[in-house]
Design a protein around this ligand. Structure first.
Ligand SMILES: NC(=O)c1ccc[n+]([C@@H]2O[C@H](COP(=O)([O-])OP(=O)(O)OC[C@H]3O[C@@H](n4cnc5c(N)ncnc54)[C@H](O)[C@@H]3O)[C@@H](O)[C@H]2O)c1
Ligand SMILES: [Zn+2]
Length: 360
């Protein structure tokens, strides 16, 4: 696989580089993107650090960066205000200046927290995303959303802050536990559903991790290209960006019902996409047969396609969902594979149709 580059216009403009072995060249690439940086603050987690931390640090030190490393406990609970504060204090204790940079090495948890810290310390320093999960490579590292969780809910404090560079080394995906890899695949399938029917068929023909990894370059490139186009058109999430939420409203209901433990985000989104497609058929928007196609691809990847949750969770997700406004809710539906259609409907009507679908 040869190196691929995508340019994102949002923010000051930045490149996404995709290439196996890129981790060992991180120093050189970061030096080129951030010529003034002296200190590099590497934020990573307790799973990723032993796997890739030393290689990253070695490549940074070759370029004479002064490297400091902070290892967070792996897991969503690390996306906390306490850890944000700890990162601020750690960076200032080591004399961070405006021209220095943060490097986030890990999944979306590390990327979101380190990104928020980078956007706020000294009112913003450089940020390099080095995503190591499939989800963070195709989704969270691109687009500039950063966040921490609050007791009241996930991602409730954060910023829009574009990185200076995104370095994707597909080789790092080899060490992912299978469920974590497949959770990322739910988002990959989502891109096919909303924007690219050929890509959807391409995925359908690769029903195993091995087959997908054989073409991982094309997969990462296609997903990041779609996300980049959407982000360029709507950096601050006031319009087009909502199409990325296909499957997410219902997915949130399932996540909530399982207390964020029973179902991972990717699993919940997988089932959410199938329900959204079925809902679309019920509403006469989605072509018949689409739900079955989505279901078949997801099932072949071992992802859940139906999750039975109490109706109160669906009501809650429809009511409290960030996309909601007033008594109407904007549903992200498909016309057919590759063609998305946001549709604003009265909340009560959507609930009725969903209740009918579930035979309640
Ligand atoms: N900013 C955004 O636009 C955006 C978009 C989607 C999701 N998110 C956020 O991303 C987070 C989820 O990201 P995630 O799924 O990457 O979770 P994660 O960061 O928790 O990573 C999942 C698990 O994989 C481990 N891991 C990471 N890389 C590994 C590797 N190469 N080999 C072995 N293990 C590895 C981690 O330690 C962790 O245990 C959520 O907090 C979510 O809110 C943000
Ligand atoms: Zn998602």
């Amino acid at each position: 696989m040869k190196e691929m580059t995508l340019h994102v216009d949002a923010g000051g403009g930045y490149d996404i580089l995709i290439s196996p072995g890129l981790l060992d060249e991180a120093g050189k690439r970061i030096r080129a993107a951030l010529p003034m940086a002296k200190r590099l603050f590497v934020v990573t987690d307790s799973n990723v650090s032993p796997l890739y931390g030393a290689r990253l640090v070695a490549s940074l030190e070759i370029e004479s960066f002064e490297v400091h490393t902070h290892v967070l406990p792996a897991g969503e609970t690390s996306k906390s205000a306490e850890n944000l504060m700890a990162l601020w204090e750690w960076m200032t204790a080591h004399g961070v200046t405006r021209t220095d940079a943060v490097a986030a090495l890990g999944g979306g948890v590390v990327g979101d927290l380190a990104g928020f810290a980078a956007s706020t310390v000294l009112r913003g320093v450089g940020l390099v995303q080095i995503p190591t999960t499939l989800l963070s490579q195709v989704d969270s590292s691109v687009g500039g959303k950063t966040a921490i969780d609050l007791p009241a809910g996930k991602n409730l404090a954060g910023s829009f802050y574009q990185p200076s560079l995104v370095l994707m080394d597909p080789d790092t995906l080899a060490t992912l536990p299978l469920p974590v890899f497949m959770a990322g695949m739910a988002e990959v399938v989502k891109y096919g559903c909303i924007r690219d029917a050929d890509f959807f068929d391409f995925l359908a023909a690769r029903p195993s991790r091995e087959a997908l990894m054989a073409d991982i370059g094309r997969i990462l490139y296609t997903c990041c290209d779609i996300k980049r186009q959407v982000v360029n058109a709507d950096e601050r999430d006031t319009g087009l960006r909502m199409i990325l939420n296909f499957g997410h409203t219902l997915g949130h209901a399932y996540e909530l019902a399982g207390n964020y433990v029973e179902w991972s985000h990717g699993q919940a989104v997988a089932a959410g996409m199938v329900t959204a497609a079925r809902l679309g058929v019920e509403l006469g928007v989605t072509a018949p047969g689409v739900p079955e196609k989505i279901e078949s691809v997801l099932a072949s990847l071992g992802l859940p396609t139906r999750i039975d949750c109490g109706f109160s969770y669906i009501e809650k997700a429809l009511g409290l969902d960030k996309k909601g406004a007033g008594d109407k809710v904007t549903l992200i539906l498909l016309e057919k594979l590759g063609v998305v259609r946001p549709l604003k409907l009265p909340r009560a009507e959507v609930l009725d149709v969903l209740a009918k679908m579930e035979g309640r």
